[in-house]
Design a protein around this ligand. Structure first.
Ligand code: SF4
Ligand code: SF4
Length: 159
């Protein structure tokens, strides 16, 4: 999206999912036609929307722009960025700032940096908040919109 074009609300909301308010059980149990879910009012709907993880925006790292200042490491709220020496995956997973225990999630490992270290990112815990890109002085981190496309269940085929 280009430097600063991507800026959006990157504050982190630690709130758990807000429950949709229900009508009183004493009333709904007596009247089966009564609507149970009342829906969010604007205030609660806004709070729920603030929990958005920006799944359509992804981090993009450029090795050649990184000056290894570690500012992104400092600001990342989930400690999912680590600069360290490369190694075998099983070993690397234990040396990250936040150990990567989900073996089904591949680690992102950058090309080698000038100090011979690599940047490793554990996508499993990234919130897509964009704080790393906001903090980075050289735009080595960028946030880019992308389309998440998964295979949909196909129609039933009859022979
Ligand atoms: S976008 Fe991901 S890597 Fe960047 S600061 Fe937020 S949680 Fe960390
Ligand atoms: S803030 Fe930018 S330049 Fe500094 S270490 Fe992170 S990616 Fe590299």
């Amino acid at each position: 999206m280009g430097i600063h074009e991507w800026i959006y609300d990157s504050s982190i909301a630690p709130d758990l999912r807000f429950k949709v308010p229900h009508a009183e059980k004493t009333k709904t149990l007596k009247d089966r036609k009564m609507e149970v879910e009342l829906g969010f009012d604007p205030q609660l709907g806004f709070k729920e929307a603030q929990r958005c993880l920006n799944c359509d925006v992804q981090t993009l790292f450029s090795t050649d722009r990184c000056i290894e200042c570690d500012a992104c490491v400092d600001i990342c709220p989930t400690s999912c960025i680590t600069f360290t020496h490369n190694g075998e995956e099983a070993d690397l997973r234990t040396r990250l700032n936040a150990p990567a225990t989900d073996l089904t999630q591949d680690l992102y490992v950058s090309d080698e940096l000038p100090t011979k270290r690599v940047m490793i990112k554990d996508e499993d815990v990234c919130l897509h908040c964009g704080l790393c890109a906001e903090r980075c002085p050289t735009a080595a981190w960028d946030m880019q919109k992308y389309l998440y496309s998964v295979t949909k269940a196909g129609g039933i085929k009859y022979s």
